[in-house]
Design a protein around this ligand. Sequence first.
Ligand SMILES: [Cu+2]
Length: 129
Amino acid sequence: MNRMIPALLVATVAAVPAAAQDWSHAARVEVRLANFSYTPKTIHLKAGQPVVLHLVNTASGGHDFTAPGFFAAAQVRPQDRGLIEEGSVEFAGRQSHDIALVPKAGHYSLKCDHSFHKMFGMSGAIVVD
Ligand SMILES: [Cu+2]
């Protein structure tokens, strides 16, 4: 009987990161996309702390949230991974997406990849520390 306890402990600990990340206490951070800006322009997040990014496109036209380095380094909630394609989240007019993740420390660039949008000012930064 005693020999089974260590095996159970190992199994429990190993299961936590993959299956049981608790998102219920995640802070909610809203980022608004508009013509042609992100608000806030610099998004501050805490390293290793679960967060729900509430991304809202307030414009009638499409935009995206392109931050490949940020998404690649983060642990994204499994059901939200499909929203991110090559480091970018696409928005139709007035669309919003919630993406839960655990960010990794670093400075990451953010931009909209739609033609000329970055040139018009649609860029920002994500600072995780
Ligand atoms: Cu845009």
